[in-house]
Design a protein. Sequence first.
Length: 394
Amino acid sequence: MEEILIISNYYPPEKGAAANRIEQLALKLQQNNYKVSVVCPLGNYPKGELFPEYQGKFSVTEHRDNVTVKRLWIYPSVSKNLLVRILSVLSFSLCLFGYLLFRKTPKKVIVQSPPLLLSFLSVFVLSFKNKKIILNISDLWPLAAIELQAVKAGSFSHKVSLFMERFIYKKATVIIGQSEEILTHVKTLFPEKKAFLYRNFPDHKANSLALKTVENEPIKLFFAGLLGIAQGVFELCQQIDLNDLNIELHLFGDGAEKTAIESLIAEGKNPKIIYHGMLDRKALHETLTSYDIALVPLKTRIYGSVPSKIFEYTSLGFPVLYFGGGEGEAIVAQNQLGWVASVGNFEELNRQLAAISQLSKSDLAALKQKVFERSINTFDLDAQIKNLIDKEVF
């Protein structure tokens, strides 16, 4: 059985799309006769606090579903202060640097990027040790940081980030990216680099639609995920107009904007917005069974980014209201998975909501079935993994 190591900044029991995505990859490789191990930080995300079971520990080794998980120390933080967040990433990166340098590791290693500093240090050590480096790019940094105005173009941190970005692309043996835009960006810098598309498809193992469409209730629109700067949910709550519409907006998740969203809801200006807190993935899916439409927003169009929520929720049968621009917009429109509003255009978003409000529950039930069937036929994780294995990516 061939060994492979995955290096990631997130892994369950941490919540969120990033942790779920890496676990999905680990489990699928394990099911395809790889002996999989994962190196990640002590569990702390999304609150930025060590989970009780990891407090007071420097490292922990676990076995989860036949995957060996090695957790290393981190100074956890979700602070908005850039220096504090860099310190947090640096703390784990230095522990990882020592681990990779002095511990025996498999010949093949998958490195998740971003965080850019983490992937840079990992690739640096692994290239020195002559490993096969499979770089898994989910977002383009520092380009995304510039678009989110987290980093100023031309600044010292921007120049350093550009150096690290080019270094990891150059040294990677092969690259897998979640979007065509990511692959185009890599090929622009290194035309000869082997690069393959790896979408963040889920694996729900659902053979039939499990959603219920409840009559005599408002249409239940929901957002579930990170309440962070990139998603822009707080501004959306300020701008969305549900007055006189047969629609409720339900929010699930945690993150930097949580407190602001709770304060906004407490003011009572829009009683049709309801916040439910953070649920684990299984409990969330059970709760959403009677909901109707998934809202997938981004604050700004981020080149290379395709939110995994598109695949996560359409594979359960939820039509999507997409409000993020870019390649994700094209995927929703071309596959007829729901509705699209131009990123940042709240007038257009509210027009789409007004149109959705006119749908009957029978219309929604038929649409859910249509989306479910199209999704399971189009977004096939097993076929995608097998294709990459056949191409000797892993």
